[in-house]
Design a protein around this ligand. Structure first.
Ligand code: ATP
Ligand code: MG
Length: 288
């Protein structure tokens, strides 16, 4: 880490021997995962067709697709919040059976606890980790600094701007040193300036910690600025339509060779899926 961080952010939270640095991300296998939702007065709704994805440790994968195609559903299944109807999710050959602090989630709407202050929100996942209080406090301090909110530790979420809340949500997701970070449109509600800043922050943290990241986004450019792999879904019931490795150097610029071509390929795939939905007045997909 840059600066003089007093602890290794990757040190085990159970108080075991100190690790040399942050734990690198772990690989993820999504095997034949499909999902139907039961509905009280209707036939079950199929949100996902069988999905097969092999995601390398340390990959930064962007998921993009039409509204309602099952992106959040897939993220929730990987997080363990929602069971798959069929198929399984494996993290290093271990089957996901429920939520675990090794998989951190950043929700679209921040999902901070309004009754807790910023410090308590960041430290929430560490409460049951078995780490001594001093270690938990050091870790919270570290992430407060990392997100530039040192002066706001005692503030409640209601006293923060949207961008500040989302920074706290990012810090909370990283504070438990998860192997896999799941992000559901984390920057969608932010202004362009804050979004750009937080994207850079996320890239920096990802580069330093080498976590495995799954990011749902509606923005093709966001996907191309950040990801090492972009996966485009069909409309519901979603399945993988396009799976592109992105080998552009960081930092990426729209003007660099290859960016626009990749953007055009992704947009073309999306537009094929959006046409009927667009006619029905569904939400579109932007390029910014
Ligand atoms: N708990 C639920 N019960 C019933 N249907 C659900 C449930 N959760 C999601 N669905 C349905 O599953 C489909 C996929 O929803 P999901 O939230 O995964 O879409 P999404 O791709 O994340 O869309 P968006 O881009 O708008 O966030 C939708 O048709 C939605 O209505
Ligand atoms: Mg969603």
């Amino acid at each position: 880490m840059p600066g003089t961080a007093p602890f290794s952010p990757g040190a085990p939270v159970d108080g075991a021997a100190a690790a040399a640095g942050p734990r690198a991300g772990r690989g993820l296998r999504i095997e034949q995962v499909s999902k139907w939702f039961d509905r009280p007065d209707d036939d079950p709704l199929q949100a996902l067709q069988p999905i097969d994805l092999n995601i390398d440790a340390g990959a930064f994968v962007a998921l993009i697709g039409p509204s309602g195609c099952g992106k959040s559903t897939l993220l929730n299944i990987v997080a363990g919040f929602e069971p798959a109807t069929r198929g399984s999710v494996l993290v290093d050959a271990q089957r996901v059976r429920g939520p675990h602090i090794s998989r951190g989630m950043v929700f679209q709407q921040y999902a901070l606890f309004p009754w807790l202050d910023v410090r308590e929100n960041i430290g929430f996942g560490l409460r049951n980790s078995g780490a001594p209080t001093s270690e938990r406090e050091r870790r919270v301090d570290h992430y407060l600094r990392l997100i530039g909110l040192e002066g706001f530790g005692a503030a409640r979420p209601a006293a923060l701007s949207g961008g500040m809340k989302q920074r706290v949500a990012l810090a909370r997701a990283f504070a438990t040193d998860p192997d896999i970070i799941l992000m559901d449109e984390p920057f969608g509600a932010l202004d362009a300036l804050t979004r750009g800043f937080l994207q850079q922050e996320l890239l920096r943290i990802w580069r330093e910690h080498r976590k495995t990241v799954l990011l749902v986004t509606h923005s093709v450019q966001e996907a191309l600025f950040l990801a090492t792999r972009v996966i485009v879904f069909t409309r519901r019931p979603g399945r993988v339509k396009l799976d592109l490795g992105i080998e552009l150097e960081q930092p990426r610029r729209i003007s660099e060779p290859g960016f626009r071509e990749l953007e055009a390929r992704i947009l073309e795939a999306l537009h094929e899926e959006l046409l009927p939905a667009a006619q029905a007045g569904a939400a579109g997909i932007g390029t910014d």
